[in-house]
Design a protein around this ligand. Structure first.
Ligand code: KIV
Ligand code: ZN
Length: 542
């Protein structure tokens, strides 16, 4: 059966619970619509250092929903209480996307997952087990027969708890074909309505991966009862190419992540997948539900929250992706944009930076701007943001949309902080005296001051924080980037701290790089304290 002609007996977009017999006879649903399944919050969060707290996950989930992502994989509920709470909160909040949780092929995992998604308007259980000879022998230490039995048990249990079940063959691309066919057929028979064949280790090449799907479509008798899905890792830089190759032979769900986040070299990048499908619809006649004009905003949010900066030449979302530097290219662009531009910056939401409001702008205009930028803040938060905007407008000649976003994001992350910056004075320069920081912090309502030195001003300031609030956390990342151009631009700083194998990212933005650095460090400490409180309520002091 060729992919383009593949007929399905179930409606891909109706995820309400139905018993398999309710789907009725072959209903000839042929679709060229590609289902976008985003795993930024699950596979993406598995990247070392990319951990996010619940609030951050919710912010990302909301923008994914606004973009029109069909399925949001919100986490792995059994992994920790934090993961469970995040999936559960996202399931309660998100209305227009299906919210999915991951579960291994065990009763405990699947029941915990079902519990986490129980409030979702549309929920999905995604259960998986390894099927390749290597994984079965060394990772699972199970015989193929026992694995097949697990497929049966796990999908049956999941399907009894949720009407929408996805089954994945981990390391599917390196699985022996006869065994893969038996597993897929069994999973569908037991009620899985999506079958995912991951290229877990990023080993496949496009034609080979497409042939694997064609083989399944030709050999598995009940393929018409499930949507086939791709999940490609980017170890050889082929994740997007492999995903698109499989779609061209009949796969209809693509699992991907914003900015290509994910284990090791990451997953296929959502922005690359959707823009490739949109730009080359002449060659690949498929559609998605994605509003691509939100790509830039989503990419920036994920990058800020995770502290994973985007390389300038990264496709679609890199700072240079739409920049034309050479004289020949600029000349061509001026004559006709399509000489060197295959997609417009506006199509990914990269408009000209607009000069927004000046220091004479009123509160009403400011609230309208906040709404336009997607913020829905309460009265007190608007009042606070407006005051900070006025302070910024006094310091900075031009205030852009990006400045407002940085300012409000900075405010959102600081609610309920136990450690707050009161004042900072820095001495540094070329003369032979050590860089020095005089720092005043408010810690649980008490003011504390100290004077520290260091190898540079940042080191001096961070040493001062450590003196005032002793802690064991290690600095893993310190990163600064300018929110807009110009020497008066706000500096956006990310600080990653690690303690007992767990890491958190702190962020802040300010026109003063040192102030932003201290606030980002404090933000990371505050997050660590919340983490500690959740694991050991008594260990709250430094
Ligand atoms: O890469 C992989 O195989 C996975 C599965 C859990 C789907 O992430
Ligand atoms: Zn994966």
């Amino acid at each position: 059966m060729s992919g383009f002609q593949r007929k399905l007996t179930l409606n891909l977009f109706d995820c309400t619970y139905k018993k398999s017999e309710d789907y009725g006879p072959l209903s000839d649903i042929e679709t060229d619509r590609i289902i976008i399944f985003d795993t930024t919050l699950r596979d993406g969060e598995q990247s070392p250092g990319a951990s996010m707290n619940m609030d951050e996950k919710l912010r990302i989930a909301k923008i994914l929903e606004a973009m029109g992502v069909d399925i949001i994989e919100a986490g792995f509920p059994i992994a920790s209480d934090g993961d469970f709470e995040a999936v559960s909160e996202i399931a309660k909040t998100i209305k227009n996307s299906t919210v999915c949780g991951l579960a291994r092929a065990t009763k405990m995992d699947i029941e915990r997952c079902a519990d986490a998604i129980k409030h979702a308007s549309r929920g999905r259980i995604h259960t998986f087990i390894s099927t390749s000879p290597l994984h079965m022998e060394f990772k699972l230490q199970m015989e193929p027969g026992a694995v097949l039995e697990k497929v049966k048990e796990s999908v049956t249990l999941a399907r009894n708890l949720c009407g929408d079940v996805e089954w994945s063959a981990e390391d599917g691309s390196r699985t022996e074909h006869d065994f893969l066919c038996r597993c897929v057929e069994t999973a569908i028979d037991c009620g899985a309505t999506t079958i995912n064949i991951p290229d877990t280790v990023g080993y496949a090449v496009p034609n080979e991966y497409a042939d694997l799907f064609t083989m399944l479509f030709d050999r598995v008798p009940n393929v018409d009862k499930a949507v086939f899905s791709v999940h490609c890792h980017n170890d050889l830089g082929l994740a997007v190419a492999n995903s698109l190759a499989a779609v061209q032979v009949g796969a209809r769900q693509i699992e991907c992540a914003m900015n290509g986040l994910g284990e090791r070299a990451g997953n296929a990048a959502l922005e690359e997948i959707t823009m490739a499908l949109k730009t080359r619809s002449d060659y690949m006649p498929f559609t998605t539900n994605i509003d691509t004009t939100l790509i830039t905003k989503a990419s920036k949010l994920v990058s800020t929250i995770t502290g994973f900066s985007i390389q300038p030449n990264k496709a679609i979302v890199g700072a240079n992706a739409f920049a034309h530097e050479s004289g020949i290219h600029q000349d061509g662009m001026l004559k006709h944009a399509s000489t060197y531009e295959i997609m417009s910056p506006e199509s990914v939401g990269l408009g000209q930076s607009k000069l927004v409001l000046g220091k004479h702008s009123g509160k009403h205009a400011f609230s309208v701007k906040l709404k336009e930028l997607g913020y829905d803040l309460g009265d007190d938060a608007i009042k606070n943001a407006f005051k900070r905007f006025k302070d910024l407008a006094d310091l900075k000649k031009d205030v852009f949309d990006e400045d407002i976003v940085a300012l409000v994001d900075d405010q959102v992350v600081r609610v309920n902080d136990r450690l707050k910056l009161k004042s900072l004075e820095i001495n540094c320069g070329t003369v032979h005296c050590p860089p020095r920081a005089v720092l005043e912090l408010e810690i649980d309502g008490d003011s504390k001051t100290c004077d520290s030195t260091g190898d540079g001003p940042v080191d001096a300031a961070f040493n001062a924080i450590k003196e005032l609030f002793p802690h064991r956390a290690h600095l893993q990342l310190y990163q600064v980037h300018a929110v807009t151009g110009g020497t008066d631009a706000q500096a956006e700083v990310t600080v990653r701290l690690a303690e007992d194998g767990k890491s958190v990212n702190g962020q802040s933005a300010d026109t003063d790089t040192m102030v932003a650095s201290v606030k980002a460090y404090l933000n990371a400490i505050n997050k660590l304290l919340v983490k500690r409180e959740k694991t050991a309520p008594s260990a709250l002091s430094a």
